[in-house]
Design a protein around this ligand. Structure first.
Ligand SMILES: Cc1cc2nc3c(=O)[nH]c(=O)nc-3n(C[C@H](O)[C@H](O)[C@H](O)COP(=O)(O)O)c2cc1C
Length: 189
């Protein structure tokens, strides 16, 4: 049985990010993949404390004992990951950035990856601005940094012109719903 973890970086339980992540989950399930969805906002995760425990001991493990330990376990047990986040101020949300910083144990000092290369990752970004390219720089650097861990980047979706409760709901944007579903189906394919 293959497994995938879906990390949601939006504080909203029913926002556009969650809805699109749900479509990706549907695609994964269609492919027979077992899924687990985690709202980063529900967890207590401190930022990286820069203790360098992982570097000094050359281990892919973190000394900080908080809810990130659960995410580390899930990543290790998963074949793939989907990270879904809104864009806040041109980059990912603080919850998502903390997750990224805490991926430090998977990156060697020489930038060598510590995760097995066969693990896949795809990304879903949502934003309210109608120009999909506006925050490309922020997304690109986030994707690059996440990939340094050894996660193999498969795909990313930028869903734009979305503002839950203010603009038309993402459920009416067939193109994004279909893309998110396909992103899920293709993750481990
Ligand atoms: C604090 C904050 C900052 C935001 N910054 C941006 C931004 O820089 N660019 C943008 O296009 N949308 C921005 N947005 C809008 C959200 O990215 C957009 O509405 C997204 O779809 C929200 O996802 P959700 O419905 O899952 O919460 C911001 C929203 C908030 C609350």
């Amino acid at each position: 049985m293959t497994r995938a973890t879906i990390l949601i970086g939006s504080p909203r339980k029913n926002g556009s990010t969650r809805i699109l992540a749900g479509e990706a989950e549907r695609g994964l399930m269609e492919e027979g993949v077992e899924t687990e969805t985690v709202f980063l906002n529900d967890l207590t995760i401190r930022g990286c404390q820069a203790c360098y425990y992982c570097k000094k001991n050359d281990v892919a493990a973190c000394a900080v004992q908080d809810d990130m330990q659960r995410i580390h376990r899930l990543i290790q047990e998963s074949d793939g990951l989907i990270v879904a986040t809104p864009i806040y101020f041109g980059g990912v949300t603080a919850q998502t950035k903390i997750w990224l910083d805490r991926m430090f144990p998977y990156i060697g000092m020489d930038l060598s990856p510590k995760l097995p290369a066969e693990k896949r990752v795809s990304f879903i970004f949502t934003q309210n601005q109608p120009d999909a390219r506006l925050f490309e720089g922020g997304m690109r650097s986030f994707i690059f940094a996440a990939g340094l861990s050894g996660l193999k980047v498969k795909d990313h979706l930028v869903a734009y012109d979305l503002d839950a409760g203010i603009k038309p709901p993402v459920t009416e944007k067939r193109e994004f719903m279909d893309r998110a579903y396909q992103l899920g189906r293709d993750l481990l394919g």
